[in-house]
Design a protein around this ligand. Structure first.
Ligand SMILES: [Zn+2]
Length: 342
């Protein structure tokens, strides 16, 4: 990725999808049709294929009912639904409490569907694939670039604001939710794969639509949408993490720990068989070439090629190479120098 002029988005559903329509050179559908096109059956239920009935929203069902008329979904003249939809998409300016509440209910409901029904995220990704199919190879590359820029620029812009400013917007997103969404999207983009683009766009769509409710989805899946249960906030600053993903050539690792008698300072060894932390087992020494887990008996290699930076990397099969070993040793040597001076 190259550093270009700003491409920040405020992570609203409509703004996220605009990234696609701009590159596809297509007109973006309005409200009802837009939601129905990307999340068919989630929020809008088509009630009557024939007649022209007014759209309806029932609080307890958190679904908007509409009918199809001349090929497009019919909204009628119901300004309330119009306002709710505008809030979901990020275009409504009104400030009515009732509509805000309704939009919140729909967000909660949609988050629950994405969590409780494992095929719901598959459906979303299949829908994204149907749209991306329409792009040429060049357009797809451009789309990838634009998503990278949107993730990076939006996060840089967000953290120029102070905490109060970040909370002072309609449907504010907590920092940990934002960071989780952007890390997932950034991670998938840095894989430079078609699947990665689909997954990254999926995270941006989910964040844009669900806002803070997206936190529940972030906790549920790893960045490629396989189910995991994890703590939402992994340590480390989001801008550092994104810089590492997008501008690896500018990244310099540092080490600030003190456990320098170890062969691999700062590295925690987890059993590939059962997940137990190996350094907690009696007799473990990371200078050994292999270690048999005292819990499950699995033979674990203890060398550089068994080290991953984080869970995402491990799940995606990324391990340290000899080049990383050099960088790793450089950071350790620097730390030794630093300790000698003090
Ligand atoms: Zn084990």
């Amino acid at each position: 990725m190259t550093e270009k002029e700003g491409c920040e988005i405020d992570l609203r559903f409509g703004r996220v999808l605009e990234l696609f329509y701009d590159i596809a050179g297509k007109k973006m559908p309005k409200q009802l049709d837009l939601l129905d096109e990307w999340l068919p059956g989630f929020i809008i239920e088509v009630r009557d294929e024939e007649g022209k009935i007014d759209a309806e929203y029932i609080d307890s069902e958190t679904t908007i009912y509409a009918s199809r008329h001349n090929g497009s979904l019919y909204l009628g003249s119901n300004t309330r639904i119009n306002q709710i939809l505008g809030r979901l998409i990020g275009t409504a300016k009104g400030n009515q409490e009732k509509e805000r509440k309704a939009a919140e209910l729909i967000r909660k409901d949609t988050a629950a569907i994405l969590i409780d029904q494992p095929d719901a995220t598959d459906t979303l990704r299949a829908t994204i694939h149907e749209h991306l199919k329409l792009l040429s190879d060049d357009q797809l590359n451009e789309f990838h670039e634009k998503l990278c820029a949107a993730v990076w620029d939006s996060t840089v812009e967000r953290y120029k604001k102070n905490g109060y400013e970040r909370l002072d917007e309609p449907f504010p997103i907590d920092d940990e939710v934002w960071d989780g969404l952007m890390y997932n999207a950034g991670y998938q983009l840095h894989l430079y794969s078609y699947e990665g683009i689909i997954n990254a766009f999926g995270w941006l769509i989910i964040g844009g639509l669900l806002r803070n409710e997206a936190g529940r989805v972030v906790r549920m899946y790893h960045s490629g949408f396989s189910a995991v249960n994890r703590q939402i906030a992994e340590d480390g600053e989001i801008l550092d993490k994104l810089q590492y993903l997008f501008f690896p050539e500018q990244y310099q690792s540092t080490y600030s720990g003190n456990d320098l008698e170890k062969k691999y300072p700062g590295i925690s060894w987890q059993c590939d068989g059962c997940g137990e932390i190996l350094e907690n087992q009696a007799g473990f020494d990371d200078h050994l070439p292999v270690w048999q887990c005292r819990h499950c008996g699995h033979l674990n290699r203890i060398d550089i090629s068994a080290i991953s930076d984080n869970t995402e990397d491990r799940l995606n099969g990324f391990h340290y190479s000899d080049e990383d070993l050099e960088e790793f040793n450089r950071a350790i040597a620097e730390r030794m120098q630093e300790l000698k001076k003090n």
